[in-house]
Design a protein around this ligand. Structure first.
Ligand SMILES: O=C(O)C(=O)Cc1ccccc1
Length: 293
C-alpha cells in the first residue's frame, strides 16, 4: 500500500522479515529498503544522509517504549518524525526443520528483547529452564536458527520470518496478551508529512518538554493546563530519565493537532513563558496496519 511518488531510500531494523520490515513495506513498498543490523545504525544512516528515511520501533502496547529508540532519538539527534505506523504483532515459536522433534530439549530460545517479554508467560510455563538469548531483532534470531541446523535452538518471530528462513512453526500465537501492537516511526532530517493512503484524520505532533530547573511545585499541572484549556487533545505523555541525575526527567508529549494551528502556537508560547524547554519532532500522519488474515 503506497502512493508515494518516488521510491526513497529507507533504513529499517533488519534483516528481512523483521516486524519493522513488515511496517516499512506497508508504507513504502519494496523498493529502496535497506536493512540495518541495529536501531542506532538506522538512526545513523538517516542522520548522516545515507538514506532519506529510517523506520524504527518506538513503543509496544505490552512492553512500553523501546529504550534504544528513545535513547538515540531524544538524546542528541536532530531528526524529525514524518509518520507513524501501528502494526499488529503475532509471535510464533519456530525451529529448524531438522530440530522439529527436539522441542523438549532446546538449548536456547532466541529473539528481540521485546518479543521475549511479550511471550514471557508462555516461556515461563513451557521453557522455564531454557536460557533466553536476546538478539537485535526477531528476524535476526530466525536467520540464525536457519543458518545453524545442528543447534537445538528456537526463535520467536513472525510468520513471514518462518517462511523467509524456511523454519517450522512449532507453536503459533505464543504472545501472552491478545492486543499486541507496536508503533513504528519514520524519521528524517526534515520536518514534513509522509503522504500515503489511509492515514487517520487528525495529524499528531510530538514534543520533548524539559521542565524549568527551579523545581517549583505544580509545574506539571501548569504544563497540562496549557493544552487543556485550549482543548488540545494529548494522546500520550511519558516521563523519561534526562540522564543528568537521579530524579531528573523530561516528558514526551503527543498532541493530536498540527503544530501550525494557532492554538498550538499559543501553547508553545505559553510553555516558553513557563521556562520550559520544548523541542518539536514535527507534525505527522498516523497509519494503522490491519491484521493480514
Ligand atoms: O525484532 C523485530 O522484528 C522488530 O522489528 C522489533 C520488534 C520486536 C518485537 C515486536 C515488535 C518489533
Amino acid at each position: 500500500m503506497t502512493d508515494l511518488k518516488y521510491s526513497p531510500t529507507v533504513a529499517y531494523l533488519g534483516p528481512e522479515a523483521s516486524f519493522t520490515h513488515v511496517a516499512a513495506t506497508y508504507l513504502f513498498g519494496n523498493a529502496g529498503l535497506m536493512p540495518q543490523p541495529t536501531i542506532p545504525d538506522c538512526i545513523e544512516a538517516v542522520a548522516t544522509g545515507r538514506v532519506v528515511y529510517a523506520i524504527v520501533p518506538l513503543e509496544n502496547a505490552l512492553e512500553g517504549s523501546v529504550p534504544m529508540t528513545i535513547d538515540y532519538l531524544f538524546h542528541g539527534s536532530d531528526l524529525f518524525i514524518n509518520a507513524e505506523i501501528s502494526t499488529p504483532i503475532e509471535q510464533h515459536l519456530m525451529v529448524n526443520e531438522k530440530q522439529k522433534d527436539a522441542l523438549d530439549k532446546l538449548d536456547s530460545v532466541q529473539s528481540h528483547p521485546h518479543a521475549l517479554a511479550q511471550c514471557h508467560k508462555y516461556l515461563q510455563y513451557h521453557y522455564r529452564r531454557t536460557p533466553l538469548i536476546q538478539t537485535t531483532s526477531t528476524a535476526a534470531a530466525a536467520k540464525y536458527v536457519s543458518e545453524n541446523p545442528d543447534l537445538r535452538i528456537a526463535a520467536i518471530g513472525n510468520r513471514l520470518a518462518a517462511k523467509k528462513y524456511g523454519l517450522h512453526i512449532a507453536e503459533e500465537n505464543i504472545h501472552d496478551f491478545h492486543f499486541n501492537h507496536t508503533r513504528f516511526v519514520v524519521l528524517s532530517m526534515r520536518k514534513g508529512y509522509l503522504e500515503a493512503k489511509g492515514h487517520a484524520d487528525n495529524p499528531k505532533t510530538t514534543f520533548m518538554v524539559k521542565l524549568p530547573e527551579d523545581d517549583r511545585s505544580g509545574v506539571l499541572h501548569q504544563i497540562l493546563s496549557v493544552f487543556a484549556w485550549r482543548k488540545l487533545n494529548l494522546s500520550k505523555i511519558e516521563s523519561r530519565p534526562l540522564k543528568t541525575g537521579l530524579g531528573n526527567y523530561f516528558f514526551i508529549i503527543d498532541v493530536l493537532e498540527n503544530e501550525d494551528h494557532p492554538m498550538m502556537r499559543g501553547a508553545l508560547e505559553e510553555l516558553a513563558a513557563l521556562n520550559c524547554n520544548v523541542r518539536s519532532f514535527g507534525t505527522y500522519y498516523t497509519y494503522e496496519q490491519k491484521p493480514s488474515r
